[in-house]
Design a protein around this ligand. Sequence first.
Ligand SMILES: Nc1ncnc2c1ncn2[C@@H]1O[C@H](COP(=O)(O)OP(=O)(O)O)[C@@H](O)[C@H]1O
Ligand SMILES: [Mg+2]
Length: 256
Amino acid sequence: MESQILENLLEVKGLNVYYKDFQALKAVSITFYKDRVHAIMGPSGCGKSTLIRCFNRMHELTPGNRAEGQILLNGENILEMDPILVRRNTGMVFQRPNPFPTMSIYDNVIAGYKLNGIRLSKSESDKIVEESLNKAALWGEVKDKLHRRGTFLSGGQQQRLCIARALALYPAVLLLDEPTSALDPKATSHIEELIVELKKNVSIILVTHNIAQAGRVSDFTAFMYLGELIEYGTTEKLFTVPQDKRTEEYLSGKFG
Ligand SMILES: Nc1ncnc2c1ncn2[C@@H]1O[C@H](COP(=O)(O)OP(=O)(O)O)[C@@H](O)[C@H]1O
Ligand SMILES: [Mg+2]
């Protein structure tokens, strides 16, 4: 049961999102909380990636794409903020681990600073690298090979490196888009344990089409279908007493 008070972090209000003429999200309103894990699940094509790509202003990178409505981060509308500032506050990790192939493990972790033109002293960057790799549960495995390329690591380690890279900028929210779908079961459970550990410091939004994963790691779960948010609530309640028939059908494996 929730014992601590919930603090709103990201409030989405009436979000309509388009790829040219095609409306991919329809009037989505949802609130994410500080220091909690939120799962977004639903069948392929329902709009999960589109939703979280609006949170870091990636959606509008393609000409013709539009997002209308409000996405309030600590009360300020992300859709009206400087995209660079938004991306510093929202770390993103994708399905396939994508460390920068020509960079060392060390340089991968602090890549966000370089891309943002932020200079760090050697001691500052050493500290951020160690701290971020520690948070991503990778430090012990790589501390003696920080100057080797990140691409030498296993898939699961590469994904934790990408999590470290996202955490290095101290984001308010970590966006994970099916982060384990390219990983084996052992690497997957390692990442799942990490997600639960990380929520002490960062709010997490985890897109997954793995129902069991949503059940294992999230405090709140959203179910989306055909661009709409069908149902949202505590994971416990949504899994045990779904209010909408479509949620119930999805949970019982009838579609998706
Ligand atoms: N670049 C794009 N151009 C046009 N339509 C897109 C594009 N990307 C996604 N879509 C459409 O938007 C809808 C939502 O896609 P997406 O957010 O990727 O779903 P999910 O992540 O839940 O699988 C789908 O109907 C998909 O076909
Ligand atoms: Mg997707």
